[in-house]
Ligand binder design. Structure first.
Ligand SMILES: N[C@@H](CCC(=O)N[C@@H](CS)C(=O)NCC(=O)O)C(=O)O
Length: 316
């Protein structure tokens, strides 16, 4: 009974961190988890993890060292249009949250972060909205990453309709591609096999808001749970070979650039920021490294790192 309760809690954590709609398969996966998670499974996963641990710690720290010389000038915003107080409620590894952060970082909008505990979600108890990201901007709640970015964009560029109609359509199309296609490929890749699932959970538990015991247990049980959940997500989104789909998406994106530095031309537009944002949490995991090694996306990704520059997150 006690084991079932613990697994149930861990399962919730794992699902919460599955950015991509695992909820519908939650009940089925819960029974799979109960029938397959034994202490021997956990022990064998544990030994796999230990051999990988050192390498993953490096990956995790690399993920946050994007501070490079800014070769691409940012688009300045008028000082009186910069929001005064911005607070992002997030999970560090959530692609939707990272999409919002890419926007805030690119426009140098300072923000505080509240890391939400995915099990209790006590940090967002005050809100009716039960997902992250939630962005508080000068006391106003904004939810849903694309809607948040639309609203913020309008706030900092009031009354400006960006570029020609053709460019607007292109930007809109590719932002939709990120939300409806690209994000669905990520989970099957980062939880593809036990080793990669553990690598991902090492990163998630290292940077997430977990208590000491939650951190220890979520790493192993979460990895197991998400390994199975990702198999279901593959079916749901008709993915047969997850790596091939990831490479194909990266190539599709480079084709869309059509020789330009960014989809936005000389500077990134909202579609560039969206693709960059959702790829950022996986870039230095095995799947992200494979993607850069096997496709042409690396040059664009490096240009984006330079253009977005150092995070404007307020360090506390
Ligand atoms: N469409 C939303 C999706 C947000 C979303 O699904 N967030 C996930 C985390 S990456 C979440 O909060 N899931 C619910 C949970 O944790 O219980 C957006 O773009 O912001």
């Amino acid at each position: 009974m006690r084991r079932a309760t613990n697994l149930s809690t861990l399962y919730r954590a794992a699902s919460a961190l599955s950015a991509f709609g695992a909820a519908s398969s939650q009940r089925r996966m819960q029974s799979t988890l109960y029938s397959t998670t034994t202490s021997s499974t956990i022990n064998s996963l544990k030994s796999t993890l230990l051999t990988k641990f050192a390498a993953h710690s490096v990956a995790g720290s690399l993920l946050f060292s994007t501070a490079t010389a800014e070769a691409f000038a940012k688009e300045p915003i008028s000082i009186d249009l910069v929001p005064k107080e911005v607070v992002l409620y997030q999970y560090e590894a959530c692609p939707f949250c990272n999409k919002v952060k890419a926007f805030l970082d690119y426009y140098d909008i300072p923000y505080n972060v509240v890391e939400v505990n995915p099990m209790s979600k006590k940090e967002i108890k005050w809100s009716d909205y039960k997902k992250v990201p939630i962005l508080m901007v000068d006391g106003k709640q904004m939810v849903d990453s694309s809607a948040i970015i639309d609203e913020l964009s309008e706030k900092i560029h009031p009354g400006v309709s960006a570029g020609s109609l053709k460019e607007d359509d292109e930007e809109k199309k590719w932002r939709g591609w990120v939300d409806n296609h690209l994000v669905h490929i990520l989970s099957p890749n980062i939880y593809r096999n036990p080793t990669e699932a553990l690598e991902s959970f090492e990163y998630i538990t290292k940077h997430g808001n977990f208590s000491f015991t939650e951190r220890l247990t979520a790493k192993y049980a979460g990895a197991v749970a998400m390994y199975f959940v990702s198999k279901n997500l593959k079916k749901k989104y008709n993915i047969t070979d997850e790596r091939a789909s990831l490479y194909e998406a990266a190539e599709t994106w480079v084709d869309a650039l059509d020789g330009r530095d960014f989809l936005g031309g000389a500077t990134p537009n909202l579609a560039d920021l969206a693709v960059f944002g959702v790829l950022r949490p996986i870039r230095y995991l095995r799947s992200g490294k494979d993607m850069v090694e096997h496709t042409r996306i690396g040059d664009w990704y490096t240009r984006m790192e330079d253009a977005v520059g150092v995070p404007s997150r307020i360090q506390v």
